[in-house]
Design a protein around this ligand. Structure first.
Ligand code: FAD
Length: 387
């Protein structure tokens, strides 16, 4: 089945949905509130499941070209620099790290220019059995299908599920930065008590870092955010101070970490939620964007194999809700174990990591992450994308 779809939101999830639907013959418009996409915003990692989802969109090779391999899941250190776990000397790491803007641009460039309209904010939505009508700052538009990919504060979600709980603050705040530096890093995670520092190489000469730390309340901001980062990890091992020195202040973002309590459904009639609008999660499994790309592929495959939009959306909901909500739960627990660990728990975790032989770790890690990383995308019927 094909038709006309409107995607609300031009983030990674919305753009992935547009690419996936066009590959299966849908005509698509993306409506994005901001008038221009910003280049700031640090980086993110994508695990094998997400890389397979990108490949299903026909972007596997380009995605590899604009990203770097990173060993952050296999290299753990204490603030002193002592290794709790070392990456194997050989082999390919499972993760790829991207500048966020590079992944966003890759998806944008997979769409004809007139697909994405910026500076358009969606404000209303109604539907009947035949169509969905949306109201936005420029006009009204009708479509056979609407995808709410409008992020954690989704207006689509609020309009269709007015009683659904909103985002929940996880007692945790994060600073993200992009350092311009020629120093070579292979990716690592440093675990202090109640805070961590993550490093990923994202491009030749560019390193993404993130500091996560406990916070009593959201919304606290500082005149000099970089200085706040320095203060919290003063004396931590090399090359952390060097990376902070090589970070232009305008490349630092400060984000309070929220997730979304489980929704009872991701779909209603001819409207589907996708990405953070449906299942915003804490970053501790590195999965939010990856899950939104998976959503996009599964949604397009469901539309290609079912006779009506509501039937396809029911199938999409049945496939995506259990997986994404389990992932969100695991991410929240993983984050809490680091960010909210007391002194004893912190020491015990560090000891356990230090005493686990790397060979055993190599066997245990795939077992723990296997169900997440081993996901295989459905095959999309090949590209009858309209011009
Ligand atoms: C600190 C941190 C680190 C992370 N690290 C990773 C990682 O390593 N790997 C990973 O996979 N994920 C990671 N994530 C998660 C990832 O960033 C998100 O899950 C992902 O960006 C969500 O994409 P989205 O398109 O669903 O939503 P968004 O990126 O929020 O996009 C929503 C878009 O909708 C637009 N919009 C909103 N309302 C309207 C409206 N009414 N009308 C029109 N447009 C509208 C917005 O302007 C925005 O462009 C991380 C998140 C955080 C906070």
């Amino acid at each position: 089945m094909t038709g006309h779809a409107i995607v609300i939101g031009g983030g990674i999830g919305g753009l992935a949905a547009a690419v996936a639907l066009r590959r299966t013959g849908w005509q698509v418009n993306v409506l994005e509130r901001v008038s221009a996409f910003a280049e700031v915003g640090a980086g993110l990692s994508q695990s094998p499941n997400a890389m397979r989802a990108l490949a299903a969109l026909g972007l596997g090779e380009q995605a590899r070209q604009v990203s770097m391999p990173t060993w952050a899941t296999h290299t753990m250190r204490l603030p002193s620099g002592r290794h709790l776990m070392r990456a194997p000397a050989q082999g390919d790491p499972p993760l790829r790290a991207f500048r966020r803007s590079a992944l966003h641009r890759l998806l944008r460039q997979a769409l004809p220019e007139d697909v994405v309209r910026t500076g358009i904010e969606v404000t209303g939505l109604t539907q009947d059995a035949e169509k969905v009508t949306i109201t936005h700052t420029a006009d009204r538009q009708e479509a056979d299908l609407v995808i709410g990919a409008d992020g954690i504060h989704s207006v689509t979600r609020r309009l269709l599920w007015p009683h659904a709980p909103g985002p929940r603050f996880l007692g945790y705040t994060a600073w993200l930065g992009l350092a311009d530096t020629p120093i070579a890093v292979s990716g690592s995670m440093t675990m202090g008590r109640g805070r961590y520092f993550l490093i990923h190489p994202v491009a030749p000469g560019q390193v993404y870092w993130a500091l996560g730390t406990a916070a009593d309340q959201p919304g606290v901001r500082f005149d000099d955010e970089l200085e706040q980062v320095r203060r919290r990890i003063d004396g931590w091992h090399d090359p952390i101070a060097t990376l902070l020195k090589a970070t232009p202040p305008e490349q630092v973002r400060h984000i309070d970490i929220h997730d979304l309590p489980d929704l009872p459904s991701f779909t209603s009639g001819r409207v589907a939620l996708l990405g953070d609008a449906a299942h915003a999660m804490s970053p501790d499994r590195g999965q939010g964007a990856g899950q939104s790309i998976e959503d996009a592929v599964v949604l397009a495959a469901a539309l290609a194999t079912h006779g009506t939009v509501p039937e396809a959306l029911t199938a999409y909901d049945a496939q995506r809700r259990p997986r994404t909500q389990t992932t969100a739960r695991n991410a929240r627990q993983a984050g809490s174990q680091v960010i909210h660990a007391g002194p004893v728990a912190h020491i015990l975790t560090a000891l356990a990591l230090r005493l686990t032989p790397s060979a055993l770790w190599e066997r245990l890690a795939p077992r723990a992450l296997g169900p997440l990383w081993d996901w295989v995308p459905p095959t999309l019927p090949d590209g009858a994308a309209p011009k």
